[in-house]
Design a protein around this ligand. Structure first.
Ligand SMILES: Nc1ncnc2c1ncn2[C@@H]1O[C@H](COP(=O)(O)OP(=O)(O)OP(=O)(O)O)[C@@H](O)[C@H]1O
Ligand SMILES: [Mg+2]
Length: 252
């Protein structure tokens, strides 16, 4: 048995005494796609914040590739191969689609300051391949700010993938999408399995079903359930928290 790529042990994150994460544990194997669901305020985005080094961890531990990253800076964590897509789009709206991908593909972040630095070998091919993969090849020279909502989300997923990080954290990639766009996003995320390990947060059960991945359910900063989509769908406790009832009610 190999060690998990990511292991979160008994994590606690407090904001002014409020435990946004209250003893959460989670482990992801290399190459797997994991879906994280839970009602609003369950702590899903905060877990991503903690993994990427942006949340005040009170206790517990986050291990990535066998090393403790709990108290490293965001910069150091990104450098080790973790990349996160936020709930709000993080594209550069005045640059073209292709330029956004090219920036994400560059390890040398000086490019952010000087767009004329030499283009690294292989970059154009990488950008072209990614444009195909996210379905935006015919939009490559469009200024990103002018893309439709779904296209912006795909561009941002493409940017995250272009960083070549091993662990990708995608926070609500289908927010605001219709069924056809959601299905396309599921195909895109599924295509990442193997080469990348992906934790994807989403509320849309249709999307979760299309991903056919293991599901982890959070509630009030803790693990509530873990299982297949079918198991989670059939779970009375999970149904109860989504209806705003307490665990006690569910057991009654
Ligand atoms: N920076 C912060 N300061 C204070 N409280 C915070 C902060 N970030 C998150 N919280 C609180 O922690 C709890 C968990 O928030 P979080 O954003 O992780 O939930 P979520 O599961 O991502 O919810 P949603 O589905 O609405 O995105 C909430 O009660 C939220 O108000
Ligand atoms: Mg959130």
């Amino acid at each position: 048995m190999t060690a998990p790529l990511l292991q979160v042990d008994d994590l606690v994150v407090s904001y002014n005494g409020f435990r946004a994460i209250d003893g959460m544990s989670l482990a992801l194997d290399a190459g797997e796609i994991r879906v994280l669901i839970g009602p609003n305020g369950a702590g899903k985005s905060t877990i991503c914040d903690a993994i990427i080094g942006r949340a005040p961890v009170t206790s517990g531990r986050i291990m990535f590739k066998g090393e403790d990253i709990t108290r490293l800076s965001e910069h150091a964590i990104v450098g080790r191969g973790v990349c996160r897509k936020f709930q709000a789009p993080g594209i550069l709206p005045t640059l073209t689609v292709a330029e956004n991908l090219a920036i994400a593909a560059r390890r040398d972040r000086r490019w952010w300051r000087n767009l004329r630095l030499a283009v690294p070998p292989g970059e154009a091919e990488r950008v072209d391949a990614m444009l195909e993969r996210i379905g935006l090849a015919d939009r490559r020279d469009v200024v990103a700010g002018e893309l439709a909502h779904g296209e912006k989300q795909w561009l941002e997923i493409g940017m995250v993938v272009c960083t070549d990080a091993e662990l990708l954290l995608l926070d609500e990639p289908t927010a605001g999408m219709g069924p056809a766009e959601t299905a396309r996003t599921a195909d895109l995320v599924r295509s990442l399995a193997g080469r990348h390990t992906v934790m994807v947060i989403d509320h849309d059960m249709a999307f979760v079903e299309q991903l056919a991945a293991r599901v982890t359910v959070m509630h009030q900063g803790k693990l509530l359930k873990d299982g297949s989509v079918a198991e989670i769908r059939a779970d009375a406790e999970v149904a109860a928290v989504y209806l705003g009832r307490t665990k006690h009610d569910a057991a009654a």
